[in-house]
Design a protein around this ligand. Structure first.
Ligand SMILES: NC(=O)c1ccc[n+]([C@@H]2O[C@H](COP(=O)([O-])OP(=O)(O)OC[C@H]3O[C@@H](n4cnc5c(N)ncnc54)[C@H](OP(=O)(O)O)[C@@H]3O)[C@@H](O)[C@H]2O)c1
Length: 200
Protein backbone atom coordinates (compact mmCIF):
# COMPACT_ATOMS: atom_id res chain seq x y z
CA UNK A 1 0.00 0.00 0.00
CA UNK A 2 1.38 3.39 -0.98
CA UNK A 3 1.44 6.54 1.17
CA UNK A 4 -0.54 8.40 -1.50
CA UNK A 5 -3.02 5.74 -2.62
CA UNK A 6 -6.07 7.39 -4.17
CA UNK A 7 -4.64 10.91 -3.79
CA UNK A 8 -4.46 13.55 -6.49
CA UNK A 9 -1.30 15.64 -6.74
CA UNK A 10 -0.43 18.66 -8.86
CA UNK A 11 3.24 19.50 -9.43
CA UNK A 12 4.13 22.59 -11.44
CA UNK A 13 7.40 22.82 -13.36
CA UNK A 14 7.78 19.05 -13.30
CA UNK A 15 9.34 18.20 -16.64
CA UNK A 16 12.84 17.91 -15.15
CA UNK A 17 14.87 18.06 -11.95
CA UNK A 18 13.54 17.52 -8.45
CA UNK A 19 9.88 17.94 -9.39
CA UNK A 20 10.04 15.26 -12.09
CA UNK A 21 11.71 12.91 -9.59
CA UNK A 22 8.94 13.83 -7.16
CA UNK A 23 6.22 13.11 -9.72
CA UNK A 24 7.67 9.63 -10.28
CA UNK A 25 7.81 9.04 -6.53
CA UNK A 26 4.23 10.23 -5.99
CA UNK A 27 3.00 7.86 -8.71
CA UNK A 28 4.99 5.01 -7.15
CA UNK A 29 3.26 5.86 -3.85
CA UNK A 30 -0.18 5.54 -5.48
CA UNK A 31 -1.14 9.09 -6.51
CA UNK A 32 -2.50 10.36 -9.80
CA UNK A 33 -0.20 13.27 -10.68
CA UNK A 34 -0.81 16.33 -12.84
CA UNK A 35 2.43 17.88 -14.08
CA UNK A 36 3.06 21.15 -15.89
CA UNK A 37 5.87 22.86 -17.76
CA UNK A 38 6.23 25.62 -20.31
CA UNK A 39 7.18 23.43 -23.27
CA UNK A 40 4.71 20.92 -24.70
CA UNK A 41 7.47 18.60 -26.00
CA UNK A 42 9.07 18.48 -22.53
CA UNK A 43 5.68 17.80 -20.93
CA UNK A 44 5.07 14.95 -23.39
CA UNK A 45 8.52 13.47 -22.69
CA UNK A 46 8.01 13.68 -18.91
CA UNK A 47 4.60 12.00 -19.20
CA UNK A 48 6.27 9.24 -21.20
CA UNK A 49 8.97 8.82 -18.54
CA UNK A 50 6.47 8.67 -15.68
CA UNK A 51 4.43 6.18 -17.67
CA UNK A 52 1.13 5.84 -15.76
CA UNK A 53 -1.30 7.75 -13.57
CA UNK A 54 -0.11 11.08 -14.93
CA UNK A 55 -1.69 13.97 -16.83
CA UNK A 56 0.59 16.53 -18.50
CA UNK A 57 -0.53 20.11 -19.11
CA UNK A 58 1.49 22.76 -20.92
CA UNK A 59 1.20 25.86 -18.72
CA UNK A 60 3.45 28.81 -17.88
CA UNK A 61 3.14 29.40 -14.13
CA UNK A 62 3.84 33.12 -14.65
CA UNK A 63 0.73 33.39 -16.81
CA UNK A 64 -2.51 33.53 -14.81
CA UNK A 65 -4.66 32.41 -17.77
CA UNK A 66 -2.44 29.33 -18.09
CA UNK A 67 -2.89 28.65 -14.37
CA UNK A 68 -6.68 28.88 -14.77
CA UNK A 69 -6.51 26.39 -17.64
CA UNK A 70 -4.27 24.10 -15.59
CA UNK A 71 -6.65 23.92 -12.63
CA UNK A 72 -9.67 23.67 -14.94
CA UNK A 73 -8.08 20.50 -16.34
CA UNK A 74 -7.68 19.10 -12.81
CA UNK A 75 -11.28 20.02 -12.01
CA UNK A 76 -12.61 18.31 -15.10
CA UNK A 77 -10.52 15.15 -14.70
CA UNK A 78 -10.43 14.62 -10.90
CA UNK A 79 -12.37 17.50 -9.30
CA UNK A 80 -10.04 17.63 -6.30
CA UNK A 81 -6.43 18.08 -5.13
CA UNK A 82 -4.75 16.46 -2.11
CA UNK A 83 -1.17 17.58 -2.71
CA UNK A 84 0.01 20.73 -4.45
CA UNK A 85 3.69 21.18 -5.08
CA UNK A 86 4.40 24.58 -6.63
CA UNK A 87 7.88 23.97 -7.96
CA UNK A 88 8.05 26.04 -11.17
CA UNK A 89 10.75 28.60 -10.60
CA UNK A 90 14.07 29.94 -11.72
CA UNK A 91 15.48 33.04 -13.31
CA UNK A 92 18.68 34.50 -14.64
CA UNK A 93 21.60 34.77 -12.28
CA UNK A 94 23.08 38.19 -11.79
CA UNK A 95 24.88 40.32 -9.27
CA UNK A 96 23.07 43.25 -7.69
CA UNK A 97 25.04 45.72 -9.81
CA UNK A 98 24.19 43.92 -13.06
CA UNK A 99 20.53 42.95 -12.79
CA UNK A 100 18.23 44.40 -15.42
CA UNK A 101 14.62 45.44 -14.91
CA UNK A 102 13.53 42.72 -17.33
CA UNK A 103 15.42 39.99 -15.42
CA UNK A 104 13.90 41.17 -12.15
CA UNK A 105 10.36 41.25 -13.56
CA UNK A 106 10.73 37.82 -15.19
CA UNK A 107 12.03 36.21 -11.98
CA UNK A 108 9.48 37.81 -9.68
CA UNK A 109 6.61 37.18 -12.05
CA UNK A 110 7.31 33.44 -11.82
CA UNK A 111 8.90 32.87 -8.40
CA UNK A 112 6.69 35.16 -6.31
CA UNK A 113 3.58 36.09 -8.30
CA UNK A 114 3.32 32.71 -10.04
CA UNK A 115 3.79 30.73 -6.83
CA UNK A 116 1.27 32.75 -4.86
CA UNK A 117 -1.41 32.55 -7.57
CA UNK A 118 -0.75 28.84 -8.08
CA UNK A 119 -1.64 28.27 -4.43
CA UNK A 120 -4.58 30.69 -4.55
CA UNK A 121 -6.10 29.03 -7.61
CA UNK A 122 -5.61 25.53 -6.18
CA UNK A 123 -7.43 26.26 -2.90
CA UNK A 124 -11.02 25.87 -4.18
CA UNK A 125 -10.17 22.31 -5.25
CA UNK A 126 -8.31 21.42 -2.09
CA UNK A 127 -9.27 18.72 0.37
CA UNK A 128 -8.80 19.66 4.04
CA UNK A 129 -5.79 17.86 5.43
CA UNK A 130 -4.01 18.06 2.09
CA UNK A 131 -0.48 19.31 1.70
CA UNK A 132 0.88 22.36 -0.06
CA UNK A 133 4.57 22.19 -0.74
CA UNK A 134 6.55 24.98 -2.35
CA UNK A 135 10.10 24.88 -3.52
CA UNK A 136 12.02 27.81 -2.14
CA UNK A 137 15.72 28.45 -2.22
CA UNK A 138 18.43 28.48 0.36
CA UNK A 139 19.34 31.83 -1.19
CA UNK A 140 16.63 33.10 1.17
CA UNK A 141 18.66 31.80 4.13
CA UNK A 142 22.09 33.12 3.21
CA UNK A 143 23.57 35.46 0.64
CA UNK A 144 24.65 34.36 -2.83
CA UNK A 145 26.07 37.25 -4.86
CA UNK A 146 24.94 35.82 -8.20
CA UNK A 147 21.35 35.16 -7.10
CA UNK A 148 20.47 38.70 -6.09
CA UNK A 149 17.69 39.01 -8.64
CA UNK A 150 15.83 35.74 -8.32
CA UNK A 151 15.08 34.34 -4.90
CA UNK A 152 17.19 35.83 -2.14
CA UNK A 153 16.70 38.54 0.43
CA UNK A 154 13.64 39.99 2.11
CA UNK A 155 11.62 40.06 -1.11
CA UNK A 156 12.45 36.44 -1.96
CA UNK A 157 10.13 33.51 -2.32
CA UNK A 158 10.10 32.67 1.38
CA UNK A 159 7.91 35.60 2.50
CA UNK A 160 5.41 34.95 -0.31
CA UNK A 161 5.22 31.33 0.75
CA UNK A 162 4.93 32.12 4.42
CA UNK A 163 1.95 34.37 3.89
CA UNK A 164 0.29 31.83 1.61
CA UNK A 165 0.82 28.67 3.63
CA UNK A 166 -0.87 28.98 7.04
CA UNK A 167 -4.33 29.74 5.72
CA UNK A 168 -5.34 26.16 5.02
CA UNK A 169 -5.44 23.12 7.30
CA UNK A 170 -2.68 20.59 6.86
CA UNK A 171 -0.34 22.72 4.77
CA UNK A 172 3.43 22.67 5.08
CA UNK A 173 6.09 25.34 4.79
CA UNK A 174 8.37 25.86 1.83
CA UNK A 175 11.19 23.45 1.07
CA UNK A 176 14.59 24.93 0.38
CA UNK A 177 16.71 22.46 -1.59
CA UNK A 178 19.76 24.59 -2.27
CA UNK A 179 22.31 23.97 -4.98
CA UNK A 180 24.41 21.58 -2.94
CA UNK A 181 21.52 19.30 -2.16
CA UNK A 182 20.90 18.28 -5.75
CA UNK A 183 24.58 17.50 -6.22
CA UNK A 184 25.18 15.63 -3.01
CA UNK A 185 21.92 13.81 -2.50
CA UNK A 186 19.65 12.51 -5.24
CA UNK A 187 16.33 14.32 -5.40
CA UNK A 188 14.42 11.09 -4.78
CA UNK A 189 16.27 10.56 -1.51
CA UNK A 190 15.41 14.10 -0.42
CA UNK A 191 11.76 13.44 -1.22
CA UNK A 192 11.68 10.07 0.55
CA UNK A 193 13.12 11.75 3.65
CA UNK A 194 10.55 14.54 3.45
CA UNK A 195 7.70 12.06 3.03
CA UNK A 196 8.87 9.98 5.98
CA UNK A 197 9.26 13.06 8.17
CA UNK A 198 5.80 14.30 7.25
CA UNK A 199 7.15 17.55 5.85
CA UNK A 200 5.89 16.79 2.36
N1 LIG B 1 18.52 22.96 -8.31
C1 LIG B 1 18.91 23.86 -7.41
O1 LIG B 1 20.08 23.90 -7.02
C2 LIG B 1 17.94 24.85 -6.84
C3 LIG B 1 18.35 25.76 -5.87
C4 LIG B 1 17.43 26.66 -5.34
C5 LIG B 1 16.13 26.66 -5.79
N2 LIG B 1 15.77 25.76 -6.75
C6 LIG B 1 14.37 25.78 -7.21
O2 LIG B 1 13.88 24.45 -7.23
C7 LIG B 1 12.93 24.32 -8.30
C8 LIG B 1 13.30 23.14 -9.17
O3 LIG B 1 14.64 23.26 -9.56
P1 LIG B 1 15.33 22.10 -10.43
O4 LIG B 1 16.77 22.52 -10.61
O5 LIG B 1 15.03 20.78 -9.88
O6 LIG B 1 14.51 22.25 -11.79
P2 LIG B 1 14.99 22.34 -13.31
O7 LIG B 1 15.64 21.06 -13.71
O8 LIG B 1 15.71 23.62 -13.54
O9 LIG B 1 13.55 22.38 -14.02
C9 LIG B 1 12.73 23.49 -13.92
C10 LIG B 1 11.33 23.04 -14.29
O10 LIG B 1 10.46 24.15 -14.16
C11 LIG B 1 9.81 24.35 -15.39
N3 LIG B 1 9.55 25.77 -15.55
C12 LIG B 1 10.43 26.78 -15.63
N4 LIG B 1 9.78 27.94 -15.78
C13 LIG B 1 8.45 27.63 -15.77
C14 LIG B 1 7.29 28.39 -15.89
N5 LIG B 1 7.31 29.72 -16.07
N6 LIG B 1 6.10 27.75 -15.84
C15 LIG B 1 6.03 26.40 -15.69
N7 LIG B 1 7.11 25.64 -15.58
C16 LIG B 1 8.31 26.24 -15.62
C17 LIG B 1 10.72 23.77 -16.44
O11 LIG B 1 10.01 23.44 -17.60
P3 LIG B 1 10.26 24.24 -18.98
O12 LIG B 1 11.70 24.11 -19.29
O13 LIG B 1 9.35 23.60 -19.98
O14 LIG B 1 9.87 25.65 -18.69
C18 LIG B 1 11.21 22.54 -15.71
O15 LIG B 1 10.25 21.53 -15.74
C19 LIG B 1 12.91 25.66 -9.02
O16 LIG B 1 11.85 26.44 -8.47
C20 LIG B 1 14.25 26.25 -8.65
O17 LIG B 1 14.24 27.68 -8.74
C21 LIG B 1 16.63 24.87 -7.29
Amino acid sequence: MGKLDGKVAMITGATSGMALAGAKLFVDEGAHVFISGRRQDAVDEAVKQIGRNVTGVQADSANLDDLDRLFETVKQEKDTIDVLWASAGGGAQGRLTEITEEQFDTAFSLNERGTLFTVQKALPLFNDGGSIFMTGSNAALRGYPDWSGRDCGPTGREPAHSTAVPRRPGTKGPGTPGPYLRKQRPAAEFLHTALAAGTL
